[in-house]
Design a protein around this ligand. Structure first.
Ligand SMILES: NC(=O)c1ccc[n+]([C@@H]2O[C@H](COP(=O)([O-])OP(=O)(O)OC[C@H]3O[C@@H](n4cnc5c(N)ncnc54)[C@H](O)[C@@H]3O)[C@@H](O)[C@H]2O)c1
Length: 261
């Protein structure tokens, strides 16, 4: 008989951004399996709804407070939208999310010598400002209701080591590490833990845009010899979301198969 994982997040409400694809979708599936109710947010509302459909389980409905999960369309890089997202989630579930996982992210790759200001601004707006806006709105909601929480921000290993063609992206991801460490310091007294996860190269629609030649080269550099799966990142997020990591805050956890250790 298959052993069941203990459901570690039974009473949690988890807000996941970028939930319509790749890592965000895998995180949503994993947290739901751990027993959490999931508020799945994405710029692509239809993709967020598809994630909610995949979560399944009794009572799962797209937009019903009585159901387990709900989908939300939002652009996390817009201040008003991010604030409204938190209001909508609280109105839908009658409580703030105790787990917040920011996975929304984009790339606009170009070498430094040719990168446009627009490509710089767009990546910083979504990957860094978006995480600031969601983290701030979620923390405000938690603090004002006196609830404890776990905030998990998806950075990247390239935020630590840089990457050719990604000045904008690696700067945004380095910023996420600093933002998360500072939030961890400020919010610890409120019972809110903040950690970042640094994936290496994970097989998702984002890496499907990378030329095969580059992926082959990267794969040869990974000690474990293959790209990660979104579920590898979701496993770590589930740990950071749960009380199993109750004494961990301000950490940056690498999920890279040993790349750039
Ligand atoms: N795939 C990798 O190798 C890898 C490695 C390191 C870090 N990451 C990070 O992990 C996160 C998820 O990446 P992924 O590989 O799953 O990418 P993905 O492209 O599969 O998914 C990203 C999701 O974010 C959503 N999104 C984009 N802009 C948004 C916005 N303004 N507001 C709300 N949602 C928005 C997209 O619609 C998409 O559903 C990103 O932050 C990415 O930078 C990915």
């Amino acid at each position: 008989m298959a052993t069941q994982l203990p459901r570690r997040l039974g009473s949690a409400l988890a807000l996941v951004t970028g939930a319509g694809s790749g890592i965000g979708r895998a995180v949503s599936v994993r947290l739901a399996r751990e027993g959490a109710a999931v508020a799945a947010c994405d710029l692509d509302g239809a993709a967020a709804q598809e994630t909610v459909r995949l979560l399944g389980g009794p009572g799962s409905k797209e937009r019903a407070p009585g159901g387990n999960h709900a989908a939300f369309q939002a652009d996390v890089s817009e201040a008003r939208t991010a604030r409204r997202l938190l209001e909508q989630v609280q109105a839908c579930f009658s409580r703030p999310p105790s787990v917040v996982v920011s996975c929304a992210g984009i790339t606009r790759d170009e070498f430094l010598l040719h990168m446009s200001e627009d490509d710089w601004d767009k990546v910083i707006a979504v990957n860094l400002k978006g995480i600031f806006l969601v983290t701030q709105a979620a923390a405000q909601a938690l603090v004002s209701s006196g609830c404890r929480g776990s905030i998990i921000n998806i950075s990247s290993i390239v935020g630590k080591v840089g990457n050719m063609g990604q000045t904008n992206y690696s700067a945004s991801k380095a910023g996420v590490i600093g933002l998360t460490q500072t939030a961890a310091r400020e919010l610890a007294r409120h019972g809110i833990r903040c950690n970042s996860v640094l994936p290496g190269f994970i097989a998702t629609p984002m890496t499907q845009k990378v030329p095969q030649k580059v992926l082959d080269k990267v794969t040869r550099m990974i000690p474990m010899g293959h790209l990660g799966d979104p579920e590898d990142v979701a496993d770590v997020v589930a740990f950071l979301a749960s009380e199993d990591s109750g004494y961990i805050t301000g950490a940056s956890v690498e999920v890279t198969g040993g790349l750039f250790m």
